[in-house]
Design a protein around this ligand. Structure first.
Ligand SMILES: O=C1O[C@H](COP(=O)(O)O)[C@@H](O)[C@H](O)[C@H]1O
Length: 260
């Protein structure tokens, strides 16, 4: 049984703070239940602001950081340390400031060394990392993600899955290379929808009126080929964490406000 909920916050700052509080609690609960937690990060404005809010929160010391695994939903295929890489932004915002176990941080490969100029091989290497961390007893090629976070673009993209792109039809591979992204940079690596849907919980964090139409369509029955966010659901829960701008076109009945 899977649930979908929509929570609306006053503005992007409150959204980021509230999502951070929720993430801390989710990680602590997962660690209490199964000894460790596995989290998939998103890039983007709110995703990164949320990590910075986790860092600022005194409650983050409730997390047993050496028992957290960090993965990414997508990455911009750029050299290591490039400020546009989702990994760089997450390290700056949070990961470099908490006692996380380096071996449990799993960035998607950068455009460098053995992967230079070869995003296909980089995606293949990430698939191998995911498969190596999968439960041997589970029939899965990805680990058990407790929570997978996503931003949503104005066109409805999630991770680096853009409307009508071939990656949306991928049924077999857990992660793929993406070429010709309409949002720069053009070359990316992304988890595919089956990997996203394997997560226990999927949280879509979205701010801004420019995204309101995509949010409305995703929640009103659009298909994932047109609005990829519509296909991003969790096994147990799918949570839409919105600010008022992103929620401004929601149909009646879906506009649940957390903060006025
Ligand atoms: O490029 C990307 O953009 C999306 C959305 O970002 P936002 O700033 O509009 O929230 C993000 O989810 C994705 O991870 C990132 O690579």
């Amino acid at each position: 049984m899977s649930s979908t909920s929509v929570i609306i916050h006053r503005d992007p700052d409150v959204l980021a703070e509230a999502a951070a509080a929720r993430l801390i609690t989710r990680v602590v609960d997962a660690q209490a239940a199964r000894g460790h937690a596995s989290v998939v990060l998103t890039g983007g404005r709110i995703g990164t602001a949320m990590l910075a809010a986790v860092r600022r929160s005194p409650a983050h010391s409730a997390i047993d950081w050496p028992r957290v695994d960090i993965w990414w939903g997508d990455e911009r295929f750029l050299p290591p340390g490039d400020p546009e890489r989702n990994e760089t932004q997450a390290r700056d915002a949070l990961l470099d400031h908490v006692p996380i176990e380096p071996a449990r941080v799993h960035p998607m490969p950068a455009d460098d060394g053995e992967f230079a100029g070869d995003p296909q091989r980089a995606a293949e290497a990430y698939r191998a990392s995911l498969a190596a961390a999968a439960q041997p007893s589970a029939d899965s090629d990805v680990p058990e993600f407790d929570v997978l976070m996503l931003g949503v673009g104005p066109d409805g993209h999630v991770a680096s899955l853009f409307p009508e792109f071939p990656a949306l039809y991928e049924e077999e591979r857990a992660a793929v290379a993406v070429h010709g992204s309409p949002k720069p940079p053009p070359t990316r690596i992304s988890l595919t929808l089956p990997s996203i849907r394997s997560a226990a919980e999927v949280w879509l964090t979205v701010a801004g009126e420019d995204k309101a139409a995509a949010v409305r369509m995703a929640l009103s029955g659009a298909g994932p080929t047109q609005i990829p966010a519509a296909g991003a659901t969790g096994r147990h829960a799918t949570m839409w964490l919105l600010d008022q701008g992103a929620a401004s076109e929601l149909p009646p009945g879906l506009d649940r406000r957390a903060t006025a």
